[in-house]
Structures are given as structure tokens and as C-alpha cells.
Write a protein that binds this ligand. Structure first.
Ligand code: ZN
Length: 648
């Protein structure tokens, strides 16, 4: 198990990975003044761009939804990765070899999972293979593959969109192609693209339709392949075996295409196969994914929850109306029996996810692919829209076995369903479901409540799990408690506006900030939020330190010194546009803004000193009066000096 990534390596990744380049892969950026870019926010729906990136400080911020951070947090958020995963992903891209802190001794260790560059080689082999397969699909040998697609109403452009290809029937077609591109036998075996036989290696996928399986960052890590020919003795579906790239417990087919919509719509639809993902997306259900040859498990849930932005330990929370906070996970099942089995099995396991879980069952037994063919895309969308909460589905499925028109049937149904309600671990949901159950059976609510209560006494549900051991990968960094962010002050308040502008200038152009700024004490800012940012600026060494560090490292240093709720504000200020940022005049502008702020503070202190003077009686306390008067003169002198400096 890898330890924490070394701090200096994280810094190096942050420095080397160009934020504008990384963001550009997801957002079309255009210029928003010198050193600033903007585009449509990928994290909320908007028509005019409020998502800003400032490459010089390495930060992004959306003035629409308030999200913001550095290049690592952008990758984390857009790809639903942990901190460690995001750093590893970026390190791969910029060619930095990460070292990990080993617990127990101080020395750094090389990335322990595989030798340097190996991962890149294996990813490259997959890219080459995918390209090869797609070329084969249009070739003369792929008639059966094209017919398979056409029979399911997928045309050529659909196949291209999903990267579908064809693996020829020969034993070494792909092998020769890859070896021709310089891949070694060892690499081919490690990739999972070849199988090892007694007389050497041979192509794993032969005479099959193949789908590239991508990870959340869009890299191909494996393939799923369907049998096409009757003489093929292999399984109907064959996937890449477990490799260093491909772990079936945490790959989701379609996640690369769906991730942005999942984050946006706060919903994910889990279907059962490759063609179902295709059919769903083509029908407008763009949040569809599928597991590959395995049931949906806790690792899949982890990926999905991160994309849904669900950071709470207990998952979302069910509201009385049936909607849920924290996103919806919708499972589609074809046919009652399959659905029942899957749902009932799920019900017995850990329930932390289930208040958000919904079930869509196609009663006539069609999967989304068949549904699209038979009844069109509207029917696929309707299937998803007709979802039921998992609890409701399980309870109603149980009730379906009883004749509710008879008293005996109702009593039997109550006895069968009450333990299910009693078994819901989220105690807050139980009364709601007891009430619903009464309605579904057609029975007095008190009677149902009593039955549920007595069923609770019979079954002792285990404790609700709140920790997430499967997520504890980068330690505290990923599992940090959610601290409510400090809101930005009212932008209409002119004092708050001036103070804000000064901080924007200090964060973005520390080299132009006049030295007087660093002499300001903790009371210099009047608005609490800006005072907190100023405290972080001071703790990070002031503008003088910023000028030495350079804007990128400087903002990083301030963020680090900032209290948790203030960090978002620092990023926001570091990215905010300045009214004047032309290279030739920005220096003078920044100096002016900062002096203006200092002047404002001095003016406030002069007013305070005058008011104190007025309250003092010179005849009663001569010493106090003289002292107050001297203070007034001193502050006035300070302001005069400042103003003269400005002119000079
Ligand atoms: Zn936004």
C-alpha cells in the first residue's frame, strides 16, 4: 500500500501541470483580459461564462457556483478522483516520478506499484489495439460484427462514438500488429491483450465485437468483447483479465462519457451491458454506465459517489417527498425476477448508500437496448424516469406475493413487510416507510407501526457504518471533514469592495505591492472575511515574500496558511479579474489600489482618534488628552507620508 506522496513531488506536479491545458480538455477557454481565461463552468449549468482560470497563479474559480481550487482539485472534481489519484494522473502526464512517504522510516520510496514508465507503455498498447480494432470493423472480415450492430439499430457513427471495433478471428493478428509497433512480449502479456498458452502467447480476443473500456480520465484500460460466431466455444462476453491497469471491481463502462453529466445532473444510471450503455446514451440518458462482468460493488459506489459530489459519510438523505439529497443512483433491471433478486440481495448488505438508490424495472423483460429498438428512445427515458426508491421497490415486491383483498392476505403481507421496514438502518426513514406501508396494504397506520416496532425488537440491526475505510487512500487529505466555507461579503458594500480589490492585487501581483502593505496590522481590514484572508497573507510572509515566490507559489502559500473556511475565498481572489490588468499599467494600478486601502485604514483611525479626543475632557485628564492628540497627529502624519509617496 502506497503511503502519502511526498510533499515536494506534489508541489512539482502542481508547478509543472499547466492548469490552462488541463482545463482546456474540458472547457473551451477564451481570453478574459491579461493573464486570465474564462469559459462555461463544467460544474454547473450556465449560458454566460463565469468560470475563470488564471494560469499565472495556477488557480481556477467559478463566480457562478463558487467552486474553485488548483489544478489538482480541478482534476479531482472533474474526474471524480481522490487527491492521490489526481496527483498520480497529473504526474503521469507531465512525466514526474512520484515518491511516497513510507510509514516507519523517513526515506522516500519509488511508486511501488510498477516500474517507471510501465503504465504509460501499457496504456499506449491499449490505444494502438483500440485503433486496430476500429480499423478492422470496417474491413471485409467484419460482416458479422457490423450486422450485430445494425440489428441493434447502431449505425457507423454510433460505433465510432463509442470506439467499437472488431477483433479478427486469427490467433495472432493483434499480436503481430503490436509487435510491429515495438511492444515486447512481456508488455503484451502484462497488458492482458494476449493469453499465455503452452506454445506461447496468442490474441485473447478473436472473432469478437470489442468495446474499449476507459477509466474516468478517458484512458483505455481494457476491452469487453462479445462472441459473434456459433463455433466460438468461449463465453458470450469476455473481458480483459485483472491487470495493473484493469481492475474489474472499479471499472465502469461509459464513465468517461457520462462523468460530466453525472456531476451535473446529480444522477447516475447503472445498466447491465455495453449495448445498454450505448442505447441509453443515444436515447438521451447520458448518465448511463455499466459494470464489466461483475456486480456493482463498493469500489464502483465510491467512484460514483465522488462524481455525485457526495462527501458525507452516510451518503444522501431521503426526504419525505421521495426525492433525495446527494444524488440518485438508479439501477435498471430487465424483468421482475432479475430485479427482485438484485434488489433483495443489495438490501441485505451495507445500507449507507440506499436512501439514494432507485430501481427501474422493465416489466416486459426488455433491456434498454431492446427497449430502444422496440419502442424508441422515449421509452428508454421513460424507464429511467419511472424509478422507485429501492426500499419502496423491495417492500412492494414483497407485498406482491399476497392477496391484499383478503384480511388474511393483508395480515400476511404486514408480517412479511414489517421486518423490512424495521431493518432500514436509517432510523429517520422508518416512520415514513411505516406510513407508506400502511397505505400500500390498506391498513390502519397504528397497527403497522406497532408491527414494525415489534419487528425491530426481534431484529437488532447492526451499527450504521460511518467510516469509509475504502476511501482512506491519501489519509486525511481525502477524508477531511466538510467545513462550511466562509461566504464572500456583500459586493455592494463599498468598503468591502475596496478591501477585496486590494487583496486581489496582493495575491496576483505581489511584486507591485508597495512595502507599506506589509506594515499593516491585523486590524487593517474591517470586513471579517477579508481580515481572515489578510491574516493568511501575513502568515505566509506578506507581499514581500510573494514577490520572491512568484504568483503561483505565493497563492499556494497563502492557501496553506488560510483557515479551512477561508481557502475558497483566497482562490476566488487569486482568480478574480482586476479592472485594470494591462501589462504596462498594472504595476501602477496595483500600487494605487493598495495605497488606497492603507489610506482608508488611516482615515478610519484618524476618525477614531478625533472621536476619542472629543469624548475626553482636557481639563479633567490632561495626560490622556495629550496622548490622544499626539496619536491623532501621528496618524495624520502617516497618511500625509503615504499620500506624498503616491504622488512621488
Ligand atoms: Zn460553476
Amino acid at each position: 500500500m502506497a503511503g502519502l506522496i511526498r510533499r515536494e513531488d506534489v508541489d512539482a506536479v502542481r508547478d509543472r501541470a499547466r492548469i490552462d491545458e488541463i482545463v482546456s480538455a474540458h472547457v473551451t477557454l477564451k481570453s478574459a483580459g491579461v493573464g486570465s481565461l474564462k469559459g462555461l463552468c463544467p460544474f454547473h449549468d450556465e449560458r454566460s461564462p463565469s468560470f475563470h482560470v488564471r494560469p499565472g497563479v495556477g488557480r481556477w474559480h467559478c463566480f457562478g457556483c463558487g467552486e474553485g481550487g488548483d489544478v489538482i482539485s480541478f482534476v479531482q472534481k472533474i474526474d471524480g478522483l481522490t487527491f492521490t489519484e489526481a496527483v498520480e494522473y497529473l504526474a503521469d502526464r507531465v512525466g514526474i516520478q512520484l515518491r511516497y512517504e513510507e510509514s516507519g522510516h523517513g526515506g522516500g520510496a519509488l511508486r511501488p506499484r510498477e516500474e517507471p514508465g510501465r503504465r504509460q507503455r501499457l496504456l499506449e498498447a491499449h490505444r494502438v489495439a483500440a485503433q486496430y480494432f476500429t480499423e478492422q470493423l470496417v474491413g471485409p472480415g467484419a460482416g458479422a460484427a457490423r450486422a450485430f450492430l445494425a440489428e441493434r439499430s447502431f449505425d457507423r457513427s454510433d460505433a465510432e462514438h463509442f470506439g467499437v471495433g472488431y477483433a479478427p478471428t486469427g490467433w495472432d493478428s493483434l499480436q503481430r500488429h503490436l509487435q510491429g509497433r515495438g511492444f515486447t512480449q512481456a508488455e503484451l502479456v502484462a497488458s492482458g491483450l494476449m493469453s499465455q498458452g503452452q506454445r506461447g502467447i496468442y490474441d485473447r480476443f478473436r472473432g469478437r465485437l470489442v468495446w474499449p473500456i476507459r477509466d474516468v480520465t478517458g484512458e483505455i484500460v481494457g476491452f469487453g468483447a462479445r462472441r459473434l460466431y456459433d463455433e466460438d466455444q468461449g463465453p458470450k462476453y469476455l473481458n480483459t483479465p485483472e491487470t495493473s491497469l484493469y481492475k474489474k471491481s472499479n471499472v465502469l463502462y461509459g464513465i468517461d462519457l457520462a462523468k460530466r453529466e453525472i456531476a451535473k445532473q446529480k444522477r447516475v444510471v447503472v445498466v447491465e451491458g455495453y449495448t445498454d450503455v450505448m442505447a441509453a446514451h443515444l436515447s438521451g440518458v447520458t448518465t448511463a454506465v455499466a459494470t464489466c462482468g461483475t456486480a456493482f460493488g463498493t469500489e464502483h459506489a465510491r467512484i460514483v459517489r465522488r462524481l455525485l459530489g457526495d462527501t458525507t459519510a452516510g451518503g444522501g438523505m431521503q426526504l419525505a417527498s421521495g426525492t433525495s439529497v446527494g444524488g440518485e443512483v438508479i439501477f435498471t433491471f430487465d424483468g421482475d425476477a432479475a430485479g427482485q433478486k438484485a434488489a433483495v440481495r443489495a438490501f441485505g448488505e451495507d445500507q449507507r448508500f440506499y436512501a439514494q438508490t432507485f430501481v427501474s424495472v422493465e416489466r416486459s423483460g426488455m433491456d434498454p437496448c431492446e427497449l430502444r429498438m422496440a419502442r424508441g428512445p422515449d421509452a428508454v427515458r421513460a424507464l429511467v424516469d419511472g424509478r422507485q426508491p429501492l426500499f419502496e421497490f423491495v417492500i412492494r415486491t414483497t407485498l406482491a406475493g399476497f392477496d391484499l383483498d383478503t384480511a388474511e392476505g393483508r395480515v400476511g403481507a404486514l408480517r412479511a413487510a414489517a421486518p423490512i421496514v424495521a431493518g432500514i438502518r436509517d432510523a429517520a426513514l422508518r416512520p415514513e416507510y411505516a406510513r407508506l406501508l400502511a397505505g400500500w396494504i390498506g391498513m390502519d397506520a397504528d397497527r403497522v407501526r406497532r408491527e414494525v416496532a415489534s419487528a425491530s425488537r426481534r431484529t437488532t440491526p447492526g451499527p450504521v457504518r460511518t467510516s469509509r475505510p475504502d476511501d482512506a487512500r491519501q489519509g486525511a487529505a481525502d477524508d477531511a471533514p466538510v467545513v462550511p466555507a466562509m461566504p464572500a461579503p456583500d459586493p455592494r458594500d463599498p468598503v468591502a469592495r475596496r478591501e477585496r480589490l486590494a487583496l486581489v492585487a496582493v495575491l496576483q501581483y505581489p511584486q507591485h505591492v508597495p512595502p507599506v502593505f506589509d506594515t499593516l496590522d491585523e486590524d487593517a481590514f474591517s470586513v471579517p472575511a477579508w481580515r481572515a484572508v489578510h491574516a493568511a497573507v501575513r502568515a505566509a510572509g506578506g507581499a514581500r515574500e510573494g514577490a520572491v515566490l512568484g504568483a503561483g507559489r505565493w497563492v499556494e502559500a497563502v492557501v496553506e496558511q488560510a483557515a479551512e473556511p477561508v481557502r475558497g475565498l483566497v482562490t476566488e481572489l487569486a482568480v478574480a479579474p482586476l479592472p485594470e490588468d494591462r501589462e504596462s499599467v498594472v504595476g501602477g494600478y496595483v500600487a494605487g489600489v493598495v495605497r488606497g486601502l492603507v489610506d482608508l485604514g488611516l482615515t478610519r483611525r484618524i476618525a477614531d482618534a478625533k472621536s476619542r479626543l472629543q469624548r475626553l475632557d482636557p481639563s479633567a485628564d490632561v495626560a490622556a488628552y495629550q496622548e490622544a492628540f499626539a496619536r491623532l497627529l501621528a496618524v495624520e502624519a502617516e497618511r500625509r507620508t503615504l499620500r506624498e509617496g503616491e504622488i512621488a
